[in-house]
Design a protein around this ligand. Sequence first.
Ligand code: RAM
Length: 362
Amino acid sequence: MSLTRTARTRRLTAALAVTAALALGATACGGTTKDDAAKEGGTAAAGKADPNAETKKDLTVAFLPKQVNNPYFTTADNGGKKAVESLGSTYKEVGTSSGTDTAGQVSYVNTLTQQQADAIAVSAQDPGALCTALKQAMKNGVSVVTYDSDTKADCRQVFVSQASAEDLGRTQVQEMAKQIGGKGEIAILSAAQTATNQNTWIDFMKDELKKPEYKDIKLVKTAYGDDDAQKSFQQTQGLLQEHPKLAGIISPTTVGIKAAAQYLAGSKYKGKVKLTGLGTPNDMRAYVKNGTVEAFELWDPAKLGALAAHTAVALESGQITGQEGEKFKAGDLGEFTVGKDGVVSLGKPTVFSKSNIDDFDF
Ligand code: RAM
C-alpha cells in the first residue's frame, strides 16, 4: 500500500476520532507535537526530507487567511490559487470576515481536518488560539503552513514570512524619523491586539526607537483598529484628538494605513501629520498623489501566497519536513531554504513613493 493510501486510511480513522472528540467538546486534548506526528508516520512530518521526491498532484490545499474580505488577502490567496493549480492540485479558501474571530478560525481548521484536506496554509489571528486545532490537524496527516502571521513554532511545520520581521519593524521607524525630521510625538495604528505579525514588528519598532538618534521621538500610543476600516478611521481621529501635537502615525497594516490616510486627507492635518507603514500601492496611490502620504512599504502579497502554496505542497510531497537547512523549489519564485524555527522568508519589501508607485498594480 502506498504511503498516501496509508496516510488516507489513517486520516479517515483519525477524522472520525476528531468528529467524536468535537462532538464531546473535547477539543483541548490535542497535545501532540510535530515530532509525535512524525513518529506516527504521517506525510505531515515524514521524518526525513527527500528533496528529490516527486511533487504530489491532486492534493487539496486550503487557504485560511486572517480575514477573507481584506484586499491584501484576496491578492495573496489568488497568488496561492494560481500556484496550487499550476502544481496540479485543488485550491480552496475558507475564513472569517472579521480579523478578530479566533473561534471562527479554530472551527475552520477543525472542519478542514474532518474533510481530510491535504494541506492548510493559515494566517493566524492569534498566536495561541489555533494551536490545539493545528496540532490535531498535523496528527491527522495534514501539512500545516502559516503565512503572513504565525502561530507558535510547534503548532505548524513552516512559517512563510513576508520579509524579515526585524527589517520591517526597524525600517518603518527609520522612514517615519526621516519624514518628521527626527523629532516629535508618534503613534502606532495596528490591526488586532493579538496579531502575531503586527506585534512582532511593533516590538522591533520599540527596540529601534531606543537608539540615541531617536531620542527626540516619543511613542505616545499604540491604537488597534482590528483591520476594520471604520474602527481604524475612528482610532485615527481619536489619536489626533488625544494628541494634537502628533507628528506622525505608523500603521503596519494595509487596512489601517488606508483608513488613516483617508482620515488625514479630509482633515486639517493633511500633509502635516506624516503617515507611513505597510500598504498596497493600489490602496495608497491616490493619497501619495494628493500629498497625504510620502512613502510606505510592502512585499508582493501574490508572491507570498504562491510561496505558501509551494511550501505546503513540498511538505505534503515529503521534499521538506520543516527542518532548518532543507531546500525546495517554488516554481518561478526560485529555490528557498528553510531557516531557523522552520521559517521561510520571501525576501526584501519594496518602498513605494511618488517616483515608483505607478510601476505596481496590486
Ligand atoms: C493587513 C493584515 C496582514 C498584514 C498586512 C500588512 O492586511 O493585517 O496580516 O500582513 O496588513
